[in-house]
Design a protein around this ligand. Structure first.
Ligand code: HEM
Length: 471
């Protein structure tokens, strides 16, 4: 699929009606479940070992499932058991009333005003990342290959630790906790495929729990330490915001165990996803110099504006500066279109119904894949090409504006839509702007990310980019 000037994407397998073969391929990466055909049809369905599987690509049908009839298609129970050892019964994987009660409180913790309060923590993490890169690249003019997959994982992990707990990530902790996260991801992705093959749930979950234990213990210790302080809600961080959050109707709040679950959710949902997208954004910048130049010009304009106002042009970018990056915003959106960090959502039909012309029996597993929809040939012109302009208000054609509304769902849709999207854009724009301000990003000859989708989309062989200090 990847050719000429098109950015990396895995070769798609030819269509096979043999679903067992597809599942076995899916053990390595969920993208291997797909074939060329899936990018041409509005709806796919298959029956395997008594379970009905659907892949829904048609935007109106996707809206029905994720917005209009969300209770008829809740998150699949497999989402809960796959993640329960790590996030307990946190907001990400539960349904119904249990979910609604938690979501009110999580929304309060992530509201826009809160993002302003945690911005200094993000700036500090970005500064630490620039220092690490500065150490690796060395003197001006030197050009060095950097593993951006790793660096972006460190950056987003540092952002999440600082913004949730108000402390910096110690190098030792980073190695232990975030490697354990990576391992969990890999095992959980494989466990899901093995579950489809009818392997017993208990054994799979016990093995996942062993991998989750050190992560949960570390997070539980941090929550307990905070709760023992005299004023645990008086910090400028997300844990304080979770502690302070109250249901406006009932006054209910999170107890200690629920706090541990929600912090685990924010760690999981908030760092791997952003790391995945940021790493791919740096890859795209290195591959598309004109796009990089446009972003650099936007950053330069901010610096020139500061000089004209007698301010320090070299000071770190502020939260208001990030609003002056419309092209940066479009570039990150196009990154999320091509490389959605969560590439598959799975839901369960609560009753027998019809999907388009097909009968969808009760308990069917219904998949919505941003990866497929955002590269579907019915929805996007040049679907595998990199064109940030399609997300720019003044250059996108009316049809592109429509698809950006109907066929773009990297953060999901409807009531379960990601509450962290503004947070994600803020940390991404900050990092990308500070990066191009200091460095020219160049492609690493012969390197092409080898993408695999498990819980999140990652590159098996890393994301290598060459950095060259700007004068
Ligand atoms: C580029 C980065 C991110 C992407 C692409 C992303 C994507 C998503 C998607 C697609 C969902 C919904 C999944 C579904 O419907 O099955 C989701 C849910 C969620 N995300 Fe994000 N996310 C990102 C960053 C963040 C950040 C930074 C946070 C928090 C700091 C966060 C917190 C959450 C939470 C708590 C949920 C669960 C919401 C619920 O179920 O009601 N995410 N995210």
């Amino acid at each position: 699929m990847s050719s000429g000037d098109q950015p990396a994407s895995p070769e798609l397998a030819p269509y096979t009606p043999n679903f067992l073969r597809r599942l076995l391929r899916g053990l390595g990466s969920w993208l291997n479940l797909l074939s060329v055909w899936d990018f041409r049809i509005p709806l796919g369905s298959v029956q395997f070992l008594g379970l009905n599987f659907f892949l829904v690509n048609e935007p109106a049908l996707v809206r029905r499932l994720m917005v209009d009839e969300v209770e008829a298609f809740p998150k699949h129970p497999y989402t809960l058991w796959m993640l329960e050892p790590l996030i307990g019964r946190g907001v990400f994987s539960v349904n119904g009333q249990e979910w609604a009660k938690q979501r009110v409180l999580v929304d309060q913790a992530l509201q826009v005003a809160q993002l302003r309060r945690v911005f200094p923590q993000m700036q500090a993490a970005c500064g630490a990342s620039m220092e690490r890169l500065g150490g690796a690249v060395g003197p001006m003019g030197q050009e060095v290959a950097v593993e951006m997959g790793e660096e972006m994982t460190l950056y987003t992990a540092d952002v999440i630790v600082r913004t949730i707990l108000s402390k910096a990530l110690e190098p030792g902790e980073a190695a232990e906790i975030f490697v354990a996260f990576g391992r969990y991801q890999k095992r959980a992705g494989r466990a899901l495929m093995l579950r489809f093959l009818r392997l017993p749930q208990g054994a799979l979950q016990r093995s996942l729990a062993a991998h989750a234990a050190p992560i949960r213990a570390w997070i539980a210790d941090a929550v307990d330490e905070r709760l023992q302080q005299p004023f645990p809600g008086q910090h400028n961080d997300l844990l304080a915001a979770l502690i302070a959050a109250r249901d406006p109707q009932t006054g209910a709040r999170f107890d200690r165990d629920a706090l541990v679950d929600q912090v685990c959710v924010l760690f999981l949902a908030g760092h791997e996803t952003s790391a995945s997208a940021l790493a791919m954004a740096t890859y795209l910048l290195s591959r598309f110099p004109l796009a990089q130049q446009r972003l650099h010009l936007e950053v330069e304009a901010i610096q020139q504006g500061r000089s004209a106002r007698g301010q320090d042009p070299a000071a770190p970018l502020s939260i208001d500066d990030l609003r002056q990056l419309p092209y940066g915003l479009a570039l990150f959106s196009e990154t999320l279109r091509l490389y959605p960090p969560l590439s598959f959502f799975i839901r369960e039909a609560q009753g027998t119904t019809a999907l388009a012309e097909s009968r969808c029996p009760m308990r069917s597993l219904v998949t919505i894949s941003p990866w497929v929809i955002q590269r579907h040939e019915h929805h996007w012109s040049d679907p595998n090409g990199f064109r940030p302009e399609r997300f720019l208000a003044d250059t996108a054609c009316p049809q592109e504006k429509q698809w950006a509304k109907d066929a773009f769902l990297p953060f999901g849709l409807g009531p379960r839509k990601c509450p962290g999207s503004a947070f994600a854009f803020q940390e991404a724009l900050l990092l990308l702007a500070e990066l191009v301000r200091r460095y020219e990003l160049l492609p690493e000859p012969g390197h092409q990310p080898d993408l695999v989708a498990r819980l999140t989309l990652r590159s098996r062989n890393g994301v290598r980019v060459r950095l060259k200090g700007r004068p």
